[in-house]
Design a protein around this ligand. Structure first.
Ligand SMILES: N[C@@H](CCC(=O)N[C@@H](CS)C(=O)NCC(=O)O)C(=O)O
Length: 227
């Protein structure tokens, strides 16, 4: 299998964790990314294989897939063990809903923090206007943390056993922390879950690769990974 991936692409890295958790070999093809030009110029294969022109793209023989969620579901169907989704329909649906919650609901306020890894523009006023919006988004992110903390009460993982839900939600919580978002303080269940996942080899590997990529590509973020 081949995976087109970005060095600091949340969705590509989500797929990489799933591939490592399933013990599947893959060739990683890194696309161009910079904090000033984003993904431009786009990789020609990505443009040919994904009408959205986005990473991740997975190629498995003559099958090519885009969208991290579709890719995770394919990996589960093609390589059922170790399982990343519960078998029972209700739990499986809950697991998918967490994935959607992470990728769409949690990501919405996170987008307002994304300028923080970019170099500051000459016109500081523009940056400060973005910061105002980021500060407005932080309580929404804190609210999501509180909601997840309640979900994790009395549980080690979001959907019974470790699952794709944990991968997707971990990535957005990690992204919020990387971008100087709210602390996990006071959310003991969420903090314990985050620490539990951080110890898994696949997660530790991807976190350290993203941090290494940030050291090379991104502006330092004040308050990143605040306690
Ligand atoms: N829903 C898609 C989102 C993919 C996505 O937003 N990819 C970003 C990188 S994390 C990208 O390629 N952005 C470039 C663009 O949108 O032009 C997924 O889950 O894979």
């Amino acid at each position: 299998m081949k995976l087109y991936s970005g060095p600091v692409s949340l969705f590509s890295r989500k797929v990489e964790i799933a591939l490592y958790e399933k013990g599947l070999a893959f060739e990683r093809i890194e696309v161009v990314f910079s904090q000033t030009r984003g993904y431009s110029p786009k990789h020609p294969d990505v443009l040919a294989l994904n009408p959205k022109g986005q990473v991740p793209v997975l190629v498995d023989g003559d099958l090519s897939l885009y969208d991290s969620t579709v890719i995770l579901e394919y990996l589960e169907d093609a390589h059922p063990e170790p399982a990343l989704y519960p078998k029972a329909p209700r739990e499986r649906a809950r697991c998918r809903l967490f994935d959607l919650f992470a990728d769409e609901i949690m990501l919405a306020p996170l987008r307002f923090l994304m300028h923080r890894t970019e170099p500051k523009p000459e016109d500081l006023g523009r940056w400060e206007a973005k910061e105002m919006k980021a500060r407005g988004a932080e309580p929404v992110i804190a609210g999501h943390f509180a909601e997840l903390d309640r979900e994790l009460h009395g549980r080690d993982y979001l959907c019974g056993a470790f699952s794709a839900a944990d991968i997707a939600v971990f990535m957005t919580v990690f992204w919020a922390r990387r971008l100087g978002g709210p602390s996990l303080k006071g959310h003991d269940n969420l903090a314990a879950w985050y620490a539990r996942l951080s110890m898994r080899l696949a997660f530790a590997r991807i976190v350290s690769e993203i941090l290494a990529a940030d050291a090379e590509l991104s502006a330092p973020v004040a308050g990143a990974f605040r306690e």
